[in-house]
Design a protein around this ligand. Structure first.
Ligand code: ADP
Ligand code: MG
Length: 396
C-alpha cells in the first residue's frame, strides 16, 4: 500500500495554490511570528498572498529559560533537551489556537514551515577552530509540531546550507530575490531583528550579483541594557530612551573595533559575539563612565553605524539612489531609523508594507517560501535556490 503521506506530498507539489503557515522565532526571543500564506508558482514565478499574520509573545518564564541556553557556550544539556520538545509542543498548541482564532480549518493548511529557535550560531570566523567548519544549531523539533497539529511540518532549514559550505544564514535572500527584485532599481531589504541583515538586489545583473549579509547588532544589545537599567521595559519603545541620551563617541568607536566589522561581505554573526560581555569589555577598554540613557543612545548608534557601514561597503555600483525596504522589530525604533536615514542620503526608505507584506511578518513569510520551494518540481533555471532546504516531519 502506498504511504498516504507520500501521496499527500505529491498532491501538495501539484496544487495550483499552496497554503503554508510560516513560523519564526528570532534571536530577540520576543515571541513566535506566524504568517499564513497562499503561494502560487515556484522559483521566478512565485507569488504570495499573506492571508493572516500575528506574533504571540513568549511568557516571561519561557524567555528566561531560553536565555539560559541561547548563544551560551556552556549550558545544561538537560535544559536543551526539555526545551527542544517543550517548545515544539508549545508552538504546535499556539498554531492550533491561532488557526481557530482566524477561523481556518487545519485541513486547509498544506504544511507548516518552522524555523525553530537558533540556540547557537558558530560560523568559522567566530569559533576559529581549525578542525571545524561553519556550524549552526536550531532547536524545536518539527515532529512535535506535526504531531500536535496533524499538519505536515517542514523544519530545520539552515542545516543543509551549512552542509553545502554556507554559514546557514542569511536565508532571507532567496525570498528577497524571488519576491522583491525590480529591474532598473537598486533595492535593499533591511531587516532589523535581534541581529540586523540586508539583501542588496542590484538594478542590473542576475542572482549571482545579489548580496546578502548580516551587518552586526540589531536590537539585541539595546534590549539587554533596557531590560537591565529600565525594568520592567523590555525594549526602547520607539527609541525614546536613545533620543534622550548622548552618544559616547569613544565607546562607539571601540564597539565598532572588532574584526567582524572590518571583514569583507558577506558575513554572519550572532549574540555569541554581540552580547553584554562584548559591551562590558568595550567599557573597560575605554574607561568611560556612561549613564544608562547615554549607553542606550550609544548602543543605538552602534546598530546604526554598523548597518550604514555595511550598506556603503556593499555599494560597489556607486548607486546614487537606493530604495531601502525595512522590516523587523527595529523599524519601530524611530531614533534608530531616523539616524540611519540621516547617514544615508542616497537611500529612500519605505516600509515593506508598500510591497504588500507587513514588516513584522516578513521573516515568517520567507520561511514559508522556502517550504514552497521544497515542493518545486525542478530546480529553477536560474538556480536561485540551488538546493532544497528543510526536513519533512510527518504527523503520524
Ligand atoms: N515599538 C517598538 N519600539 C522599539 N523597538 C521595538 C518596538 N517593537 C519591537 N521592537 C524591537 O523589536 C524586537 C523584535 O524584533 P524581531 O524582528 O521580532 O526580532 P527577532 O527576529 O530577533 O525576533 C524587540 O525585541 C524590540 O527590540
Ligand atoms: Mg521576533
Amino acid at each position: 500500500m502506498i504511504n498516504t503521506y507520500l501521496e499527500q506530498l505529491v498532491a501538495i507539489a501539484q496544487k495550483e495554490r499552496r497554503i503554508i503557515l510560516g513560523l519564526m522565532s528570532g534571536t530577540s526571543l520576543d515571541g513566535l511570528d506566524l504568517a499564513l500564506c497562499a503561494f502560487t508558482g515556484y522559483g521566478n514565478s512565485t507569488k504570495v498572498e499573506v492571508l493572516h499574520h500575528t506574533t504571540i509573545p513568549y511568557p516571561t518564564s519561557v524567555i528566561e529559560q531560553l536565555k539560559t541556553v541561547c548563544s551560551q557556550p556552556t549550558v545544561s544539556l538537560a535544559q536543551v533537551c526539555l526545551l527542544n520538545a517543550g517548545l515544539g509542543q508549545l508552538h504546535g498548541q499556539w498554531v492550533n489556537q491561532q488557526l481557530s482564532k482566524w477561523g481556518i480549518s487545519p485541513d486547509t493548511v498544506d504544511c507548516i514551515a518552522s524555523h525553530g529557535q537558533t540556540i547557537y550560531h558558530a560560523p568559522k570566523r567566530l569559533h576559529q577552530q581549525e578542525e571545524f567548519g561553519n556550524a549552526t544549531l536550531q532547536m524545536v523539533d518539527g515532529d512535535h509540531i506535526a504531531v500536535e497539529t496533524g499538519i505536515i511540518t517542514i523544519a530545520d532549514f539552515r542545516q543543509k546550507h551549512v552542509a553545502m559550505g554556507g554559514e546557514g544564514a542569511p536565508l532571507a535572500q532567496y525570498g528577497d530575490w524571488l519576491l522583491f527584485r525590480k529591474k532598473g532599481e537598486h533595492r535593499i531589504l533591511l531587516n532589523i531583528g535581534g541581529i540586523a541583515n540586508f539583501t542588496w538586489l542590484p538594478a542590473v545583473g542576475g542572482v549571482g550579483d545579489m548580496l546578502s549579509t548580516d551587518t552586526g547588532p540589531g536590537n539585541t544589545l539595546i534590549d539587554a541594557y533596557v531590560q537591565k537599567h529600565f525594568p520592567p521595559l523590555r525594549y526602547d519603545e520607539n527609541g525614546s530612551i536613545a533620543a534622550s541620551g548622548t552618544v559616547n563617541e569613544k565607546l562607539l568607536a571601540e564597539l565598532l573595533n572588532d574584526r567582524f566589522f572590518q571583514a569583507a561581505l558577506p558575513k554572519t554573526t550572532g549574540q555569541e559575539l554581540l552580547n553584554p560581555q562584548y559591551v562590558e569589555n568595550a567599557i573597560v577598554a575605554t574607561q568611560v563612565m556612561v549613564t544608562p540613557k547615554d549607553l542606550i543612545a550609544t548602543l543605538t548608534a552602534f546598530t546604526t553605524h554598523s548597518i550604514v557601514r555595511a550598506i556603503r561597503q556593499a555599494n560597489r555600483y556607486q548607486a546614487k539612489e537606493i530604495v531601502v525596504f525595512t522590516s523587523g522589530g527595529g523599524v519601530h525604533n524611530n531614533t534608530l531609523l531616523q539616524h540611519i536615514q540621516s547617514l544615508l542620503p542616497e537611500a529612500r526608505f519605505q516600509s515593506l508594507n508598500t510591497l504588500g507584506i507587513h514588516p513584522d511578518a516578513k521573516e515568517a513569510v520567507l520561511f514559508a517560501l522556502l517550504a514552497n520551494e521544497l515542493f518545486a518540481p525542478k530546480t529553477s533555471e536560474e538556480a536561485v535556490l540551488p538546493v532544497r532546504l528543510g526536513k519533512i516531519c510527518l504527523p503520524a
